[in-house]
Design a protein around this ligand. Structure first.
Ligand code: A5P
Length: 231
């Protein structure tokens, strides 16, 4: 079996496990990315067998996938509290379950949905587990397009090496119309402290550090799905 196939099998196994946790009559947050797509597909299957749920998606592409599969969508006006949000991650810190998210560009809505959830469950293959966040993945930072160069310079002064996603000619736009600076910090000693500094930086809309938000991580490898509870 190729590495890519084994990795995708692991993502699907974690997603299927999370889908089996979904209870009838609940409000579900739908994440973004390839692992979250497996979760949406598993919910579509369960809904075809009679499961009745309402979903709030974290991106236009997840909304489209859910809608095409026949899942019913809702919004925060109707349901300000989500029972269970399930999403992927780019890095998961062992033990604390702090996260880096946003390589898929949906970090703002992902954080709003996770923060509104009674329970936030992360699904991933084992390659996402790390001892320390930031060693191999930059922190995606969503910024307002106005004066973005000044925001980039402020982030550089925090110790990052910010790169505009998509480049200056064709910058990537988020669903909210913002830009993303991928900020390489190297290994992050204190994710909560860095998160606070990023949040306090002028021009930053939101950042992809998710400290102390995860209740449960379902991490799959060839031996099965492993539950990591927040410590
Ligand atoms: C989306 O913005 C990200 O936060 C994703 O959750 C993350 O990139 C994980 O994606 P995969 O499941 O495709 O690895």
């Amino acid at each position: 079996m190729s590495g890519a196939t084994a990795q995708d099998d692991a993502k699907r196994a974690a997603a299927d496990y999370a889908a089996s946790m979904v209870e009838d009559g609940t409000i579900i947050g739908l994440g973004t990315g390839s692992t979250a797509a497996h979760f949406i597909d598993a919910l579509i299957e369960r809904a075809r067998l009679g499961l009745s749920i309402l979903c709030i998606p974290t991106s236009e592409r997840s909304a489209e996938r859910a809608r095409e599969g026949g899942l019913a969508l809702t919004d925060f006006a109707a349901h300000p509290v989500i029972d269970l949000a399930v999403d992927g991650a780019d890095e998961i810190a062992r033990g604390t379950l702090d996260l880096i998210k946003g390589l898929g560009g949906a970090l703002l809505r992902e954080k709003i949905v996770a923060a509104a959830a009674r329970r936030f469950v992360v699904i991933a293959d084992a390659s996402k587990l790390v001892d320390r966040l930031g060693a191999r993945t930059p922190v995606p930072v969503e910024i307002d397009p106005f004066g973005w160069q000044t925001t980039r310079d402020r982030l550089a002064r925090l110790g990052a090496t910010p790169a505009l996603r998509g480049g200056e000619t064709t910058p990537t736009r988020t669903d909210g119309g913002n830009l993303i600076l991928d900020c390489a910090f190297g290994p992050i000693a204190d994710p909560a402290a860095l998160a606070a500094r990023l949040s306090a930086t002028l021009g930053v809309v939101e950042h992809g550090l998710f400290p102390a938000m995860t209740h449960l991580a379902l991490v799959a490898d060839a031996t099965g799905v492993h539950r990591h509870e927040a410590g």
